[in-house]
Design a protein around this ligand. Structure first.
Ligand SMILES: Cc1cc2nc3c(=O)[nH]c(=O)nc-3n(C[C@H](O)[C@H](O)[C@H](O)COP(=O)(O)OP(=O)(O)OC[C@H]3O[C@@H](n4cnc5c(N)ncnc54)[C@H](O)[C@@H]3O)c2cc1C
Ligand code: FES
Length: 290
């Protein structure tokens, strides 16, 4: 990380700031992605230094008086003056986040977590599989591939959602699909007659996906059952468990490896993840709140 780059929490031009104290960011833009999902552009306070994060990292977003939630950073890491987050309405905190709009202030601390190990993919074929809101922490990875296309071999992306109206980043998907140097497939579980694309869960697209198994890495993000079945389907095509990575979600409080809320087997998801090598965590996979 360059010396003039600051993380969102802890060092926002205030070196002595406690790591748990959120930095007040202002909502610059709010956009509706799907009926239950919105994206926010957040800008730091005046005097803030450049922001930096790795694809796959997350921030803790704090709605004052309500609480904090871990939310993946879903914007372009080359835009160092803003943060983009995408939030699905689920419960108390996501509801409060949905209620904020331009001019409102949200607390931010982070970035936290390991991120996608893009260096493992250099010179190799890449398979990316996202399900539902799993596309949010995947999007910065796609920007990495687009910014540095020459570093990677064949790139195959599969994105699945429940229905066409649940496809997040719908307009951007059309742009990704127009790229001739990668393949972006979308599929939905169910659709009406106005949908001309694929229907079926993401694993139904794996047999049609082109890659050299012994030189392929895979990045998977979505519901755990989806990642498990996808990893099995890729393994059946010859991709080794050690060359697949998954991003996990667990309840978080501190996000800095102290409280133990996010424990996953011998690991803490906030500190050691959320991205894990599938071969390392396979035996703990699909076990809730170990
Ligand atoms: C590393 C990491 C990255 C994350 N990135 C994002 C992101 O980019 N966008 C985003 O919207 N959320 C993300 N989450 C989930 C987020 O942190 C919260 O769990 C979620 O917003 C729900 O919080 P809440 O307070 O609104 O709901 P709560 O009040 O905590 O929960 C309400 C109900 O929803 C259930 N629930 C909680 N979380 C989920 C979930 N994720 N999916 C389905 N049901 C759930 C609970 O069991 C409960 O029944 C991430 C989580 C982690 C650990
Ligand atoms: S959230 Fe506290 S240890 Fe991970």
């Amino acid at each position: 990380m360059a010396s003039d780059v600051a993380t969102a929490g802890g060092s926002v031009g205030l070196p002595s700031r406690h790591p748990w104290v959120p930095v007040p960011f202002t909502v610059e833009q709010r956009s509706t992605e799907t009926p239950d999902t919105v994206s926010f552009v957040l800008v730091p306070p005046p005097g803030h230094r450049r922001l930096s994060f790795r694809p796959g990292q997350f921030n803790m977003l704090y709605v004052f008086g309500v609480g904090e939630a871990a939310i993946s950073i879903s914007g372009d890491f080359e835009e160092t003056d803003r943060l983009v987050h995408t939030v699905r309405l689920v419960g108390k905190i996501s509801q409060a986040l949905h209620a904020v709009g331009p001019g409102d202030v949200v607390g931010v601390r982070g970035p936290y977590g390991t991120g996608w190990p893009t260096e493992e993919a250099v010179g190799r074929d890449v398979v990316v599989v996202a399900g539902g809101l799993g596309i949010a922490p995947i999007r910065p990875l796609l920007y990495e591939f687009l910014h540095h296309r020459d570093r990677y071999g064949r790139i195959e992306i599969i994105y699945g959602a429940r229905t066409p109206k649940d496809l997040v980043y719908y307009n951007e998907i059309q742009t990704w699909r127009s790229h001739t140097d990668l393949r972006f497939q979308t599929t939905v579980d169910t659709a009406g007659r106005d949908w001309y694309g694929d229907v079926g869960v993401v694993t139904t697209r794996i047999p049609d996906t082109r890659f050299e198994p012994d030189r392929t890495v895979a990045f998977l993000c979505g519901p755990e059952i989806m990642m498990k079945l996808t990893a099995e389907a890729l393994r059946a095509r010859g991709v080794a468990d050690d060359r697949m990575w998954v991003s996990l979600e667990r309840n978080m409080k501190c996000a800095i490896g102290i409280c133990g809320h996010c424990q996953f087997g011998p690991e803490f998801v906030c500190r050691d993840g959320p991205v894990f090598r599938y071969g390392d965590i396979r035996r703990f996979f699909s076990v809730r709140e170990l």
